[in-house]
Design a binder for this molecule. Structure first.
Ligand code: PGA
Length: 259
């Protein structure tokens, strides 16, 4: 794992955008794995700004999002379809049909999950997968005790995840109880993964992911098994890491490796 600790979230977001641009420049028809959540909003704003400046095009790219709530139609304002449209797709130049999310309103969510996994494989797999991390160590909606070999499927959300996401829903509206999510093995198949975590509330999960044992109880710890995993943190999210000084030495302020 490459651990990059940046002075603050703004610097960290720029660094992540740089890595995405480098990855897209290196490959003509990049397949991006995209994520949702508060962490990604400034990153998508940065990508939109670069697109408007003529520095970044998505014209040849494809994308697959990690997850979608079961029971929310794509047009529902809190669906991840709507989120992606609001924060990225409406503002950049993906070709029609080049972006994909699981359909949370599919009549048979299990069949939809299997079909989504097959669509990713048919596209040749994911080149660069973006990830956030939940306070309980989830990635995508792979909640604690998710199989480390899991594929895209329906997962029941924990109460802590529903409580964390309640802030995005209107007052009186309950967050859904289930989601279709890429599995941990689906995520591990990506050729490169880039996880972002900011703020002190993520520090325990970040520590467990990087320095704890590989365990289904901390699903993000499975990234220890990935050959090209980069974690971008601000100081607060990195504050509980035992080897913080070492990571700083290898990548001062998140710079490329010294060796
Ligand atoms: P957040 O969510 O970016 O809103 O903190 C991350 C996650 O739960 O994966």
């Amino acid at each position: 794992m490459k651990i990059l600790i940046l002075p603050d979230q703004g610097d960290a977001t720029i660094r992540a955008a740089d890595m995405i641009c480098e990855s897209m420049a290196a490959r003509a028809r990049t397949v991006l794995g995209l994520a949702t959540g508060g962490t990604m909003e400034p990153l998508y704003a940065e990508l939109v700004a670069r697109h408007r400046q003529g520095r970044l095009t998505f014209a040849d790219a494809r994308s697959f999002n990690l997850d979608e709530y079961v029971g929310l139609a794509p047009r529902h304002p809190q669906s991840y379809h709507s989120y992606m449209h609001r924060h990225l797709f409406a503002h950049v130049d993906f070709a029609p049909g080049a972006t994909a999310l699981p359909d949370g309103s599919a009549p048979d969510p299990d069949a939809e999950a299997d079909a989504y996994e097959a669509r990713i494989a048919a596209a040749g797999g994911i080149d660069l997968q973006l990830l956030g991390i939940g306070r309980n160590g989830h990635i995508g909606f792979n909640e604690p005790t998710s199989s480390l070999c899991s594929r895209t499927r329906v997962k029941t959300l924990t109460e802590s995840t529903r409580a964390a996401n309640a802030r995005f829903f209107a007052e009186g509206e309950e967050p859904p109880t289930c989601a279709i999510t890429m599995g941990l093995a689906t995520i591990l198949d990506a050729r490169q993964v880039l996880l972002l975590a900011f703020g002190a509330e993520k520090a325990p999960a970040v520590r467990a992911m990087i320095e704890g044992p590989v365990s289904a109880f901390t699903p993000a710890s499975v990234l220890q098994m990935h050959r090209r995993a980069t974690v971008i943190l601000d100081q607060a999210a990195a504050s509980m890491l035992e080897l913080r000084e070492y990571y700083h030495t290898v990548h001062p302020d998140g710079a490329p490796a010294l060796v």
